[in-house]
Design a protein around this ligand. Structure first.
Ligand SMILES: Cc1ncc(COP(=O)(O)O)c(C=O)c1O
Length: 395
């Protein structure tokens, strides 16, 4: 069981029974337990038993990640109506449309729909690097640190991590120093992998251009983990295409801030995607009537892009409100992700208090990560700030 899971199980009031009041969704009405479980996480009112056995009402606001969003009625309708075919045969027109849409958005020739960002990064790394090759990435890069070592385990690719600078970049001199000479003692350095946004920060665009040019000079390929590239584009007032420029491949997630339930698209040139399609089949990512989920991605790109600015504004408001408490050291967010450190004199009590108020965040005591997203409205921000104010007022 993960630390986070343990944290939630230990700290969040469990409902004795659940009445949602509001609509949650129309699917599978006979399946009571599942409907109830889902209603909990979208912030339904829960009659539950407090620590003294009194009835109390708890709403849950889920700030753990932008991956927790639920498809809304419009997205579900688009999914239900999607034309489908067998995508392994290349016959699913909704998948084909989504791949073309993301290729166009990023300025690349081809796209390939995959179930997850992890698989997208893995396939990209395996397309760029062979057995015994090496990729350079940040110590904090998702593709290095949070993907279960997939490139090493499944691709026999050696990672060469580099400490990220505070702005998320990899210093150019460190990249250059890490590129191995052509010598039988060394793995062959093949690829530079960057991430944008990284920890919610937008990489400076002039830095990206310099890093990509450096990689080119040394004959390296370039991959961008753009799980949140659309957040980066909205926050920096640049097009996604501009942020993707110069990279041989880019992975774009639809299931983060964009609010689709599943799916990423890997883009690159025709040769790269040709290779990637074989690897996708190898790792089990070839899906059949995948248009049903691809439709959610198309819907997200049509309806959920400009609203990312709301997530960023709410994150800013939340961060400013939390920063009023001098025992919280809050990093001001550039996009939808806030990191904060609670002073150790209050860290545990603060985390327990917020959890008891139904405010879910990532991390345990000390450092916390708060993420705003489609299902976090103004009310959630006010509830979180109110809970924090009450905690610090009670000290
Ligand atoms: C930057 C980044 N890349 C890749 C992923 C992996 O995406 P998935 O969870 O769809 O595998 C994540 C997941 O949160 C991420 O934050």
């Amino acid at each position: 069981m993960s630390v986070l899971h343990t944290f939630m199980v230990e700290n969040v009031a469990r409902p004795a029974s659940i009445s949602t009041g509001a609509e949650p969704f129309q699917v599978d009405p006979g399946d009571g337990w599942r409907k109830a479980r889902d209603a909990i996480s979208i912030g339904a009112t829960l009659p539950s038993t407090g620590s003294q056995g009194r009835e109390m009402t708890t709403r849950r606001y889920d700030f753990r990640s932008d991956t927790v969003t639920r498809p809304d009625a419009g997205m579900r309708a688009a999914m239900a109506a999607a034309p489908v075919g067998d995508d392994v045969y290349g016959e699913d027109e909704t998948v084909i449309a989504l791949e073309a849409r993301v290729a166009e958005l990023t300025g690349k020739a081809r796209g390939m729909f995959v179930p997850s960002g992890t698989q997208s990064n893995l396939i990209a790394l395996m397309s760029h690097c062979g057995r015994g090759d090496e990729f350079i990435a940040g110590q904090d890069a998702h593709a290095y640190k949070y993907e279960a070592g997939g490139a090493a385990v499944l691709g026999s690719i050696q990672p060469q991590p580099i400490e990220n600078a505070p702005d998320g970049s990899l210093p150019l001199d460190k990249i250059e120093g890490a590129i191995k000479p052509d010598d039988i003692h060394f793995a062959r350095t093949r690829l530079l992998a960057l991430e944008n946004t990284i920890g919610g920060k937008v990489l400076p665009q002039s830095y990206v251009a310099d890093a990509v040019a450096l990689a080119r000079r040394h004959g390296l390929g370039t991959h961008l983990d753009g799980a949140r590239i659309v957040n980066a584009a909205v926050a920096s007032n640049r097009s996604v295409k501009e942020l993707a420029e110069g990279f041989d491949s880019v992975s774009v997630c639809l299931s983060k801030g964009l609010g689709a339930p599943v799916g990423s698209v890997l883009v690159g040139d025709a040769d790269f995607i040709g290779k990637a399609r074989r690897l996708r089949k190898m790792v089990g990512g070839g899906m059949r009537q995948a248009g049903i989920i691809a439709a959610a991605g198309l819907y997200a790109l049509e309806h959920n892009v400009s609203r990312l600015a709301d997530d960023h504004a709410r994150a800013r408001r939340l961060a400013e409100g939390l920063a009023r408490h001098d025992r919280l050291n809050v990093d001001m967010p550039q996009t939808n992700i806030i990191f904060l450190n609670a002073d150790e004199s209050v860290a545990k009590e603060f985390a327990d208090h917020m959890a008891a108020q139904g405010i879910l965040v990532s991390g345990r005591y000390g450092q916390q990560r708060w993420v705003t997203h489609k299902d976090i409205g103004d009310e959630a921000i006010e509830a979180a700030l109110d809970a924090a104010d009450k905690f610090f007022a009670s000290l």
